[in-house]
Design a protein around this ligand. Sequence first.
Ligand SMILES: Cc1ncc(COP(=O)(O)O)c(C=O)c1O
Length: 367
Amino acid sequence: MEAAWLSPRVRRVPDDLVISAEELAGVEAFYRSRPELRATPLHHLASLAAELGVGELLLKDESSRFGLNAFKILGVSYAFHRAMASHVAGDSPVVACASAGNHGRAVARAARELGWSVRIYLPAGTAPARVEAIAGEGADVTVTDVGYEASIRQVVLDAEREGWLVISDTSWPGYDEVPRWIMAGYTWMMTEAETRWAVRPDVVIVQGGVGGLVCAGASWFARRYGVERPFFIAAEPAAAPCLLESAKAGEPVVAEEHQTIMACLKCAEISPVIWPVLADAVDAVVAIGDERVEWAMRRLAKPAPGEPAVVSGGSGACSLGALQAIMTHDTFGAVRAAAGLGLTSRVLVVNTEGATDPALYRSVVGG
Ligand SMILES: Cc1ncc(COP(=O)(O)O)c(C=O)c1O
């Protein structure tokens, strides 16, 4: 069921922002030294803004990030750089991870570029196109017979036995260095966007699976703008509301999960390392139904005159779907009011992936 959580401490800037200022400086130095890695577009969608009843709508479009069709390579490239610089990786390691698809493909691509071997574990039921895309990067792919969280446990056990280096985008007790590097890498997306907007947005909506990108975004905005930061909203599927349930409970809890077209956001547990940011630098969490995302995928594919067509997958369209839900549905009225959303608002959403599951994309958008 769709639901919302509103923080009692709106626009707080906590001491612990999870990603350190030094790490952010490291990310800037790394990506500024790689100008061949081109920025993704920031679209200004004027007609869509008017339709939804907001003043300005900015969409950061990650559907073609560094030659892949999802944002995840931003975090993975930086994490590989850090792993090499801190000698965690050794000379020619075997790297491994479990993934719903996009993180695994990014790890496989980055490993291939370095000539490293790579093992990717995918949960049962992963779309065949995702399996093929990762195998196409030269990875050794295992589709487990269990879900996402249990696949992580499986890869960790196998990695311990075999001596593989785990490059996970989620954390667990005793393992948070690599996920912090990955989240730090994601912040480059915000730095890029900032060079393209005239005035900073006053409401930001970012979708979450385990919450890595949410943490990166909320942390970056809080560090950059302090108490003047935008109102920050995390969005996720109502079918797997781990951010919402954890925020409501006041501590990380395990959520029930069901089928959703937001396959990469179907997580029962948050990454525990993000907790201080979720608790104190996120102002609201909204859990939305698949139909919101279907609307967003179609609307982006068939734009109004003057707007670009944008390819957006099930998880990619979540933040735009959430904006539509917030603007139109009573469940989200308190969030709409607290965010001050209306005709003068400047809203930033992120399209985090393109058609990573082409069969799903065709079934929703047609063609
Ligand atoms: C397309 C897409 N969007 C958003 C996310 C959410 O990222 P996180 O799990 O860090 O919250 C993912 C995660 O895999 C993803 O693949």
